[in-house]
Design a protein around this ligand. Sequence first.
Ligand SMILES: Cc1cc2nc3c(=O)[nH]c(=O)nc-3n(C[C@H](O)[C@H](O)[C@H](O)COP(=O)(O)OP(=O)(O)OC[C@H]3O[C@@H](n4cnc5c(N)ncnc54)[C@H](O)[C@@H]3O)c2cc1C
Length: 384
Amino acid sequence: MKINVIGGGPAGLYFAILMKQASRAHQIRIYERNGPDDTFGWGVVFSGKTLANLRAADETSHAEITKQFEAWDNVDVVHRNTKVSIHGNSFSGIARLQLLKILQRRAEQLGIKIDFNTEIHDIESLRNDCNLLLAADGVNSTVRARYANRFQPELDMRANRYIWYGANQLFHGLTLTFRENAAGVFAAHSYKFNPTTSTFIVECDPQTWEKAGFERLSAEDTLGYLGEVFAPDLRGHELLSNNSKWINFLLVKNKNWFFDNVVLIGDALHTAHFSIGSGTKLAMEDAIALAESFQHTASVSESLAQFEKTRRPVIEDYQAAAFESMRWFENARDYMHLTPTELAFVLMTRSGRVSFDDLKRRDPAFIQQYELGTDLHGSKTDIR
Ligand SMILES: Cc1cc2nc3c(=O)[nH]c(=O)nc-3n(C[C@H](O)[C@H](O)[C@H](O)COP(=O)(O)OP(=O)(O)OC[C@H]3O[C@@H](n4cnc5c(N)ncnc54)[C@H](O)[C@@H]3O)c2cc1C
């Protein structure tokens, strides 16, 4: 089978690897507009369950990925300068660039051709020249826009703003930090992803953003402003920019997932708010599901139909949970009157996927603290 892939992100690379692994006879070519070392952002997170899926799909890349991991089991919530830790949540972080390098190496080992620095404009020619065109071209997918009448995308630009920084302060857990000033409420989502660096995403609502005057602030002044807001958490470290800019989260859904020989995958197909940290996981698990559907039949149309049938309910479930989580952060200011422990509890249960009983099983001490209505386990400014 001849397969053209637009986009060399996690979805495109991983699908190519899995298909080539299943049959060396496939001719697979990936077109990527960036160079091999260009990337946006800092680290990404995987849960223990996702790692098991990656292991079952391709042991070689799984072994490489886990060698580079930073792992933790706690979610830390910081509110009113007090940190509350909830244990029993298995997560790992890796630099996005590291992940891409591992997948690029594995793809090249298997004989997959990657054309870097090649932006595709003429999609129709590429589609006519293959049995399958995989649109793995990310959240602003050109393929989705080109065939919008076929895919019928639903795009919902949300009002909150966020900006993706790094920091050399290490956050030894998935840390959700809330800081208030005269402008409003700022939330930071942070976690370490290598021995020296953490991802540090700042999010705020549009009222806070306007009142803080970010529209008029330069990139440098924005960095300085947010560095001040989170000074107690950064402990003398500066925020690090990677050409970081404020963005609005774009919620992507598609009525149709494929037509003829073209299929959407990863962020091009769907997005889930970063507060449940699942974009890369979903992209790679899409690749697994799609490659599996080709194991059962050689027919492209049957495989694509099978992919949608098995994967759509999973994605809808995730998007529903991510939507609740996103709404929580959009309304974060309504929860600031809660004590740190109360806030930690509502945060942990915000998406409706983690219950009181789940938390009791994972971390009985936290639930005891919650039931007693105390903040005994919260540690004042103990943010190491
Ligand atoms: C603030 C923030 C935090 C996040 N945190 C996490 C996290 O903690 N964990 C997690 O799992 N995910 C996270 N994500 C999401 C994650 O980055 C994406 O969901 C994931 O990268 C999707 O993979 P993908 O392969 O579908 O798309 P992408 O990684 O976006 O890859 C698409 C590729 O296509 C290329 N491309 C696009 N158009 C063309 C074209 N016309 N021609 C050639 N190439 C093209 C692009 O250059 C890009 O390399 C986060 C995202 C954001 C914004």
